[in-house]
Design a protein around this ligand. Structure first.
Ligand SMILES: C=C1C[C@]23C[C@@]1(O)CC[C@H]2[C@@]12CC[C@H](O)[C@@](C)(C(=O)O1)[C@H]2[C@@H]3C(=O)O
Ligand SMILES: O=C(O)CCC(=O)C(=O)O
Ligand SMILES: [Fe+2]
Length: 348
């Protein structure tokens, strides 16, 4: 990614934030996956925040480190080399532009389908003499993270007392599951120092459309989540743990009992942030609707049924900050309420 002069920054969004010390998320739910009470802790965190930190997992730290090293190797290549893995369609390398509808951020990324057969040739080709090293680092990491995500969804089903316990996990375990994986790089932006009290958006606010997202980053901060009272809080980084996000599809499956969490990433002046995120999605033809065991009366059912393909299609027509679930609610909210993006983002 090319380093830009300050005048060139004007295409990006900046926001005013509170002093960093006053908005650190100190109450972040930390869940030990091996704790016998983990199932109820997961349910509580998904209800209250749609987000939690997971510790004591079995994903080997060396898998995280090897993949991070491969990501650094890729992002350190020249711009012209990286561009050979783009543009994202949606898979492949992208820089600054996120999605097809005009969103931009201080970011470059690689978006991959978790099925290695789909569309990753152009990315592998960039690794010239060592594509197999990159591919194996991605596969080893994803295999372990998926196992952990299945277990989390099974614990969530136990905590919700729904049966069978794989009712949620089977959706992302299916060999046709439409899951994807993203490596993000947020370069440092020294020019930010002159924009006192303002922050540059790395990845704009949004909810993830899938069932569950599992994020791991290096030790650089930047991730923020939006609490129920609409305040943004910074999540202290922890490179050996995972951060899990409830996605829109899980919100629908639980009839709104779990809520997808709005999150965003701010760029840092000095440090590079590298993150890797697994997005567990259902098969394209899977019908998504509130699970009958979580809806006591028909009139309490909050969402219309849709296929994952329909939701994904509509997501790709939306902008990052749009409230994508609105059109699938049974009692469609007014346009004004549907716009959740109430933060004041201004060009520089
Ligand atoms: C602006 C967009 C990028 C996105 C597709 C979309 O049209 C709206 C949802 C975005 C998002 C957010 C979570 C994941 O990073 C992602 C891969 C996804 O599934 O939905 C991205 C999409 C993308 O970058 O292609
Ligand atoms: O890079 C990060 O830390 C989060 C990015 C994110 O939310 C996403 O890729 O959907
Ligand atoms: Fe996200």
């Amino acid at each position: 990614m090319v380093v830009l002069s300050q005048s060139a920054l004007e295409h990006f969004s900046v926001i005013k934030t509170y002093k960093p010390s006053s908005c650190v998320f100190s109450e972040i739910p930390v869940i030990d996956i091996k704790n016998p009470e983990a199932k109820s802790h997961i349910v509580k965190a998904c209800e209250e925040y749609g987000f939690f930190k997971l510790i004591n997992h079995d994903v080997p730290l060396e898998f995280m480190a090897s993949l991070e090293a491969q990501a650094v190797k890729f992002f350190n290549l020249s711009q012209s080399e990286k561009d050979k893995a783009g543009p994202p369609d949606p898979y492949g390398y992208g820089s600054k532009r996120i999605g097809p509808n005009g969103d931009v951020g201080w970011i470059e990324y690689l978006l991959l389908n978790t099925n290695p057969e789909i569309n990753c040739q152009k990315t592998l080709a960039v690794f010239k003499d060592s594509p197999q090293i990159f591919r194996s680092a991605v596969e080893k990491y994803i295999t372990e993270v998926k196992k952990m995500a299945y277990e989390v969804l099974e614990l969530a089903a136990d905590g919700l007392r729904i049966e069978p316990r794989n009712v949620l996990s089977k959706l992302i375990r299916d060999e046709k599951s439409d899951s994807c994986f993203r490596l993000n790089h947020y370069p440092p932006c020294p020019e930010l120092q002159t924009l006192s009290g303002r922050n540059l958006i790395g990845f704009g606010e949004h909810t993830d459309p899938q069932i569950i997202s599992v994020l791991r980053s290096n030790n650089t901060s930047g991730l923020q989540i939006c609490l129920r009272d609409d305040t943004w809080v910074s999540v202290p980084p922890d490179h050996s743990s995972f951060f899990l996000f409830v996605g829109d599809a899980l919100q629908v499956l639980t009839n709104g009992r779990f809520q997808s969490v709005k999150h965003r990433v701010l760029a840092d002046t000095m440090k590079s942030r590298i993150s890797m995120i697994y997005f567990g999605g259902p098969p394209l033809n899977e019908k998504i609707a509130p699970l009958p065991s979580l809806v006591s009366k028909e009139e309490d059912c909050l969402y219309k049924e849709f296929t994952w393909c329909e939701y994904k299609y509509s997501a790709y027509k939306s902008k990052l900050a749009d409230f994508r679930l609105g059109q699938f609610e049974k009692n469609v909210r007014s346009n004004q309420n549907q716009n959740q993006n109430q933060n004041h983002i201004s060009p520089i």
